[in-house]
Design a protein around this ligand. Structure first.
Ligand code: GTP
Ligand code: ZN
Length: 354
């Protein structure tokens, strides 16, 4: 069993903390005047959540200062079912010394810039939040062994575009196969592509893209994601995000994603590795968000009939017509084809309640 699968098996442990479960019902009382019920915690300190392990959070306080320190925290009950996820910025009270055996308390989650989610799929009926505040996602796929599948990459891309996260495609194992034909699937998507092979991992190229960003790495088991992350963050094996001092649990024991800092002279960035993301249910995705990610197509779509799905069978779709008349240039058909595939993966995803 790979650590990927081990991680997935432990996923259940965070059900009870998952605010975004599709089972959550709207609050019938509407928005509650919460400040009446709890203190404001004016003295709270803001920290970054590095990893989550069964109700314990490893957080980084005073990031980038001489006072920077890791601490373990719990969630205050006033957060109710709101889940705290890796990448969150949270407000802490209580003991923030970081000394062994101490626990701080998370009382607030700061507004998130992005939220990478996956929803119900065949094997998992609960929607989960994966990572907060990431602005890039590296989708790792092997040129061979395991054989690459465009549909799978489409699903990752859709989840990223829906969340407003910039996707980067990383093709590994190019020593085993030439990825050119596979890459044609994505020719129309303006996708940033990096290729990597045994002995030729383009570490500098990748690191350059990571500086100043918070980047999630996703990919199926065996594609070489660990190999890649270890090459990029050589200290990953002993880095932050692993050991939980309070529970004493060891490394790689849970479903937690892990955060690693990449440092260069040009600055630093965060790599968030996600062993738990084996599949992406796309039930939560709004096809309109996919269109929005392609501004040229979105502009053309303003001339579509009302309610146009922009799918291949949509009558009088302005996007399809623009491609047919050559308005989108030589690359138009490839662009339309990729775009149709992305939309199709949203439309065919099981929707909530089905
Ligand atoms: N030929 C070749 N093999 C590679 C390359 N990168 C990784 N591998 C091999 O592929 C296998 C899987 O690599 P990992 O890095 O463990 O892959 P992973 O995606 O992290 O997989 P899990 O750990 O199962 O989640 C290992 O045997 C690696 O040595 C590559 O660029 N070329
Ligand atoms: Zn249309």
């Amino acid at each position: 069993m790979s650590w990927w699968e081990t991680a997935d098996a432990g996923d259940d442990d965070f059900d009870e903390f998952d605010e975004d479960s599709i089972r959550t019902r709207p609050n019938p009382k509407g928005s509650r005047p919460r400040t009446k019920q709890r203190p404001e915690h004016k003295d709270a300190r803001t920290a970054r959540v590095l990893s989550v392990d069964r109700g314990r959070y490893l957080v980084l306080l005073a990031e980038g200062t001489a006072d920077e320190r890791e601490l373990t925290a719990t969630r205050a009950s006033e957060l109710r079912r709101k889940s705290v996820v890796t990448g969150d910025q949270v407000d802490l009270v209580g003991n923030v010394s970081g000394e062994q055996g101490t626990l701080a308390r998370i009382v607030r989650i700061r507004e998130r810039s992005t939220l990478l989610r996956r929803s119900a799929d065949d094997t998992d009926q609960v929607e989960r939040v994966i990572v907060a505040n990431a602005d890039q996602i590296v989708v790792v796929v092997a040129a061979a062994n395991p054989e690459p599948r465009a549909r799978l990459v489409d699903r990752y891309l859709v989840a990223a575009l829906d969340a407003g996260i910039r996707p980067i495609l990383c093709i590994t194992k190019t020593d085993l196969a030439d990825p050119t034909a596979f890459l044609e699937n994505f020719a129309g998507l303006d996708l940033d592509v990096v290729t990597s092979g045994s002995g030729t991992i383009p570490v500098a190229d990748i690191v350059e893209r990571l500086i100043g960003h918070s980047t999630v790495f996703v990919g199926h088991s065996g594609v070489g994601k660990s190999t890649l992350v270890n090459a990029i963050v050589p200290e990953a094996g002993r880095a932050i995000g692993h050991v939980n001092e309070v529970t004493g649990r060891g490394r790689h024991t849970s479903s937690s994603t892990e955060s690693y800092r990449v440092r260069t002279e040009a600055g630093s960035g965060w790599v968030i590795d996600t062993p738990g993301v084996r599949s992406f249910g796309l039930g939560h995705v709004d096809p309109a968000n996919i269109l929005k990610a392609y501004t040229d197509l979105a502009e053309i779509a303003e001339d579509c009939p009302r309610g146009c799905t922009h799918l291949p069978d949509a009558p009088d779709c302005a996007i399809t017509e623009a491609v047919e008349t050559g308005e989108l240039g030589e690359g138009g058909p490839a662009r339309l084809d990729s775009f149709h595939r992305l939309l199709q993966s949203v439309v065919s995803a099981p929707k909530l309640g089905e």
